[in-house]
Unconditional design. Sequence first.
Length: 441
Amino acid sequence: MKRVLLPLALALLTCVVALAQTAPDPALLTAINQIPALDNHTHVPKVLAAGEKDDDYDALPCSGFLEPSDDPAQARPENPLFLQAWKELYGYRYDDKQPEHMQQLRQAREQVQREQGDNFPAWVLDKLNIRYMLANRVAMGRGLNPPRFLWVPFDDALMVPLNNQEMANTPDRKFFYQREAGLLQRYLRDSGLRALPATLDEYVARLVTPTLARQKRAGAVAVKFEAAYLRSLNFGESMPAQAAQIYAKYAGGGVPSRAENETVQNVLFRAIAREAGRLGLAVHIHTGAGCGGYFQVSGSNPALLDSVLNDPTLRRTNFVLVHGGSGPFPKVTAFLLSKPNVWADFSEQDWMIPARELGGVLRDWLSWYPEKVLFGTDLFPGSSPEYDWDSIGYMVAANGRQGLALALTGMVQDGQITRERALELARMVLIGNAQKLYGLK
Ligand SMILES: [Zn+2]
């Protein structure tokens, strides 16, 4: 009898352990869902008047402008978390997507938008249990007010002043460099300049410094670089004398080579990052997978930032590796968090990969430098009312919290941390680390 029972007991035990590993501790997940979060990275849209368009939600928008490329499976409409989002946000009562039910959903959403008006974005934040949302936008807009919405402007345009013909080596980059040229014109106008100053020193003094000061005054908490969409993140060596010569030669016109352009960009990136640090603005930088069918993933490895992250003159600038090297490079990110001025968020990762895989990434990061890990969604305007930023945000935030719960459950079960510490880490990741980084109460 005993001989029969023992294997049975062992088999049962194995089942229990296996179950425990596939689901997060329910009490821990409940606690995690109740913690109000700071979303470190989003492209939240402003409230629009009828017929109005929002062109400011990204300096380099993908959808609608590039050759179409497929979303990863996790982010597609068939993800069941979208049904859950509609239920939580708009009282959707169905487990299907019958056209008449979807029609009801659109009506329910329109009604909330009418009732809430300019408060609609803040209403969504309450539903998602997000206290602060960093809005990575060219400019803020209707309904996006501090302290709930905090601005992160784009500053790549300041880094690419010269003719970029030789840099635009893919169809996507042609479009992206055109966008940057447009934004640079806007920054020049805002600084009272009609053309590029004649020297690089003057360019920094009359355009870079005043633009960052204006962004700070307007409430920015960080500035953002999407450089990996434009070039490699390897900012090489800083060669100020050569850069000044090249700039002076081409400021009035002409087409610099790729190498010449990069020499100027490498110096300007550092000048912008140094000034941001002086003003107490963090520098956000896209790392890892990016959108568009021509995205050059080899240039988005955060390890390429070595020369910048190890630059002693930039140690007063705090860098955030936005997306934490999503896709191929989270492991590299884990080590880079060892540097005193480097943080990472897992925005986009929670949009792109299911909670189980995300839990693996987070467990690794939390085992290295838990005080450097930040929650984020990367939510953005969708292509239809049912799959717009509110439902995308719900899906991603729910998946992110689930991944965090899985990571912490595993760490508690293995005796790596106590339950109490797990809750403390959850609060740090969801809001506490970011509050410290940005100096928020
Ligand atoms: Zn983004």
